[in-house]
Write a protein that binds this ligand. Structure first.
Ligand code: 0L1
Ligand code: MG
Length: 262
């Protein structure tokens, strides 16, 4: 690690305040260009610690930048991992207040819920499918705290991978009932289809993103516990939203989930 603990704490406080007060900032690597991956995840961990210390529960994990569309959109090449706090969750069909966010975008995702622990190294798609209780449609609302969504990977990891809100719903499915590689999705904004794709857009198969997460956690001596909700990453590019927008994700054979921006 290149940063001392005081700097990690100060950067975590700054980024979390940007999130809580809905104002943007410059990327952290501008001031600390020499920071490394461990520093970036240590800042994210400190944000997580601060939330838990204030009484929030961590209710899920996420993989981000797992599709070529997203990587191309953001000009990066590697997936990243983050967490979801309890207040990020929006009920299916519920409201998301835009005034609490900076410049929200939505991503169509497949959400996994595990039934047994997943532990790397060497975790693979087969192990993920065996450990999955069910999958369902999920919309992630991302809201980078960086001005104009301009960042590099270490900055975005420090910023908890732009995590802000999410909704899951539709028909929970056993993985034996759906081919997650070929499953089709349609994202609608105000009733108009705005993005289309198939599960394979995420690393060839969305379960590959969950395996990568398990292997990433193993490097830190951690695992994915049973009962964890995980967003596997945007299947298409992210779509900007504003107050008044209604967004619905339809996943073939798995129903739909919706969120309203007010
Ligand atoms: O969930 C995601 O794919 C977002 C990762 C962070 C990058 C972004 O803000 O687009
Ligand atoms: Mg996402």
């Amino acid at each position: 690690m290149k940063l001392d603990s005081n700097t990690i704490q100060a950067l975590a406080e700054h980024l979390e305040n940007c999130e809580l007060q809905a104002h943007d900032t410059t990327k952290v690597t501008e001031e600390y260009p020499g920071m490394d991956w461990d520093d970036a995840y240590a800042i994210q961990d400190e944000i997580r610690r601060r939330k838990v210390a204030r009484g929030s529960r961590i209710i899920g994990l996420k993989a981000g930048l797992t599709s070529h569309a997203k990587m191309k959109q953001m000009g990066v090449t590697t997936p990243v991992f983050g967490f979801m706090a309890d207040y990020y969750a929006v009920p299916d069909g519920g409201e998301c207040r835009v005034s609490e966010l900076i410049h929200p975008k939505v991503e169509p995702e497949i959400a996994f819920v595990t039934k047994t622990e997943l532990r790397g190294p060497g975790c693979h798609i087969g192990a993920v499918l065996a450990a999955t209780d069910f999958v369902m449609p999920g919309i992630e609302v991302i809201d980078s705290r960086y001005r104009d969504f301009k960042f590099d990977l270490k900055s975005v990891v420090a910023d908890n991978t732009s995590a802000a809100r999410f909704v899951v719903g539709g028909q929970p499915m056993n993985v034996s009932g759906v081919d997650l590689g070929t499953v089709g999705i349609v994202l609608e904004k105000n009733g108009v289809p705005v993005a289309f794709g198939a599960g394979a857009a995420v690393l060839g198969h969305p379960a590959a993103a969950i395996a990568m997460l398990a292997n990433h956690l193993a490097e830190r001596g951690e695992c994915i516990p049973a009962g964890t909700l995980i967003l596997s990453g945007g299947i298409t590019e992210a779509v900007s939203v504003a107050a008044g927008d209604n967004v619905t994700l339809r996943v073939q054979g798995m129903g739909s989930t919706s969120i309203r921006f007010v």
